[in-house]
Design a protein around this ligand. Structure first.
Ligand code: KMH
Ligand code: ZN
Length: 276
């Protein structure tokens, strides 16, 4: 498939609404963002939910309500974050899978995360993977560092393929504590895909200043794109991001220039192994 899968990650768990007023935090803001980003070319939405005070939450009721609303109001593939915030307990993160998304993120190891630690013990990874297999939820394997691809190879070898049979990874680059957001690091990650099942696909996102270098490197290396205010709040030097749509529109423009136009949600489902 020669097109580009475009995932929008509109909210994340790290930015405060007070600091980033354009961040979508209510259900209405999230649904409107999803609809507009889909119209521009996004086919997957990576979702972190906020509570009534705009703080990150893994509340089951809110997760279910969000999945239902995005399903009825958009045609996007709904991917819930199982990473949550660095303070979320493992049980709540595992329970995300039960909220009925099409996909969930599944991070392949512990990583320093700025001043914090994003914990992903091996036993937790195995449990999360098994829960997704049982629930019919397709994982997106989040890779913050090169060694996490070796962990993924070990996971698939010992515990089998994910639901849907496709292996799709997302390189999350430029996190302080993880791999740098450079072409060299992306090429190293892409080379390591050879140890995964044939046909494994990848997308990439660069946090902060690495956003554009990673976007361009991924496109030129045949990869897909994740963009959004979870990873990027500055559009250019001295210019804040105005909306997630601005970031999706920029990514779509580059993808078209590369003659790899955005995949439709239907084609994205085929690529990812998400049932129609
Ligand atoms: N918020 C980070 C601690 C994911 O969504 O799975 C984890 C994260 C990864 O954003
Ligand atoms: Zn996330």
């Amino acid at each position: 498939m020669s097109g580009t899968l475009i995932t929008v990650a509109p909210t994340g768990a790290e930015s405060a609404k007070a600091d980033v007023p354009a961040l979508p935090v209510t259900l209405e803001e999230l649904v409107a963002t999803g609809r507009e980003c889909q119209a521009l070319g996004a086919s997957v939405i990576h979702v972190h939910v906020r509570d009534e005070r705009a703080l990150p939450t893994l509340d089951q009721g809110r997760l279910r309500e969000t999945v239902a609303a995005l399903r009825s109001e958009t045609g996007l593939i709904v991917q819930l974050s199982s990473g949550g915030a660095v303070t979320d307990p493992e049980e709540a993160r595992l329970a995300v899978v039960g909220a009925g998304p099409d996909m969930a993120s599944c991070t392949m190891g512990t990583v320093n995360f700025g001043d914090d630690v994003f914990m992903n013990r091996w036993e937790f990874i195995v449990a999360l993977h098994a829960r997704m297999q049982d629930a019919g939820v397709v994982p997106e394997y989040e890779i913050f560092d090169l060694g996490q691809l070796a962990t993924l190879a070990r996971l698939l070898d010992r515990h089998g393929l994910p639901f849907g049979g496709r292996v799709h990874v997302d390189f999350v680059m430029g996190v302080p504590g993880g791999m740098p957001g450079t072409t060299e690091a992306l090429v190293a990650c892409k080379s390591a895909l050879r140890d995964l099942p044939v046909g494994a696909t990848f997308s990439a996102t660069g946090v902060g200043r690495s956003t554009l270098p990673v976007l361009l490197a991924s496109l030129s290396a045949g990869g897909h794109l994740r963009v959004g205010m979870e990873d990027t709040t500055s559009y250019a030097r001295g210019r804040k991001v105005e909306s997630n749509m601005q970031l999706v529109a920029r990514a779509v423009g580059f993808a078209r220039l590369a003659e790899r136009p955005p995949l439709s949600p239907a084609d994205a489902r085929v690529l990812l192994g998400v049932p129609p």
